[in-house]
Ligand binder design. Structure first.
Ligand SMILES: Cc1cc2nc3c(=O)[nH]c(=O)nc-3n(C[C@H](O)[C@H](O)[C@H](O)COP(=O)(O)OP(=O)(O)OC[C@H]3O[C@@H](n4cnc5c(N)ncnc54)[C@H](O)[C@@H]3O)c2cc1C
Length: 268
């Protein structure tokens, strides 16, 4: 369990950022579910609960999800899930249990860029940006490749791009970490294939996604699947070997593509 010298309920983002950057050990507090697993000595713990950042807002162009929104709020938001073919719901519904998801925040989840992250995998397949207090609006893809800087993740912004999308994961048991997670989307801008839990954090398979035309042939799909296995790095841990994950990636990506083009429904 962590220790905390001082707790501050922030009155503004400006105050929160100033406190965060004042001391090396100062930290933003999300739902605390990951932090409580560690033994960090926190100086000032900064709580953003009072800043109205626990909402999912929608306009004609985008969805905006505040950093203190819980994974459960995302799972149960009808409009968001209807628009993105339920992939956000499906990416979080295996994470521990409802009580857990009622506390875990999207800010803590995405800021952490975990190698096992289901929701990071799903959001990367969409047209997603993160709004950082100091760093401004950055594509999620760029954010994934950035070092961990002291900043506040304020909002997640997902563009309404009329995409079709699908998400699949393989787990040894229902609430365990994923052995592999895959999200695929297709919009007028082409395909996106995101593979996470390798157990390295989610990445897009650029070569594979560009091998697919809008209405892909079987040959194109086969080429894409071979590329998915060869262009990304897969690793071995207690949940599976590198070789197993490479094979699994091909299967899950194929099923996601089929779900999108053919309406085939695979149970997760
Ligand atoms: C037992 C367990 C099992 C899990 N299983 C899975 C799983 O199967 N799949 C999966 O995808 N995830 C899983 N997770 C991760 C979980 O879903 C959350 O992502 C995780 O708990 C972080 O969310 P939090 O709100 O608890 O963040 P916290 O623990 O509060 O914070 C995590 C980190 O993010 C920082 N932070 C928090 N909010 C912000 C912000 N707005 N701006 C900047 N920094 C911020 C904190 O300072 C801290 O460094 C699991 C976690 C646990 C503890």
């Amino acid at each position: 369990m962590f220790t905390m010298r001082e707790y501050v309920l922030a009155e503004s983002l400006e105050q929160a950022y100033s406190l965060l950057t004042k001391g090396k050990a100062n930290s933003i507090l999300g739902g605390l579910l990951w932090m409580k697993m560690g033994n960090k000595a926190i100086g000032t713990g900064i709580d953003l609960s009072n800043l109205g950042l626990n909402k999912i807002e929608e306009n004609d162009e985008e969805f905006k999800i505040g950093c203190m929104t819980t994974l459960r709020d995302i799972e149960t938001n009808e409009s968001l899930n209807k628009y993105f073919n339920n992939i956000l719901k499906e990416s979080v519904e295996n994470i521990v249990g409802v009580q857990f998801r009622n506390s875990a925040t999207i800010g803590g989840s995405i800021y952490s860029r975990f190698g096992f992250s289901d929701i990071l995998t799903a959001l990367l397949a969409l047209d997603t940006k993160v709004e950082m207090y100091k760093g401004g609006i950055i594509s999620l893809e760029d954010f994934c490749n950035m070092p961990y800087e002291k900043d506040i993740l304020v909002n997640i912004i997902i563009k309404k791009n009329n995409c079709k999308s699908a998400y699949l994961t393989h787990r040894k048991s229902k609430t365990d970490f994923p052995v592999l997670a895959v999200a695929v989307s297709n919009s007028e801008n082409g395909w996106k294939i995101s593979v996470g839990g390798r157990p390295i954090k989610a990445e897009l398979a650029y070569k594979a996604q560009s091998a697919l035309s809008n209405n892909p042939t079987n040959e194109e799909i086969q080429t894409a699947l071979d590329l998915v296995a060869s262009e990304l790095v897969y690793g071995t841990n207690m949940r599976g070997t590198k070789e197993y994950r490479e094979l699994l990636a091909k299967v899950l990506v194929k099923r996601c593509i089929e779900k999108i083009i053919g309406g085939t429904s695979y149970a997760n």
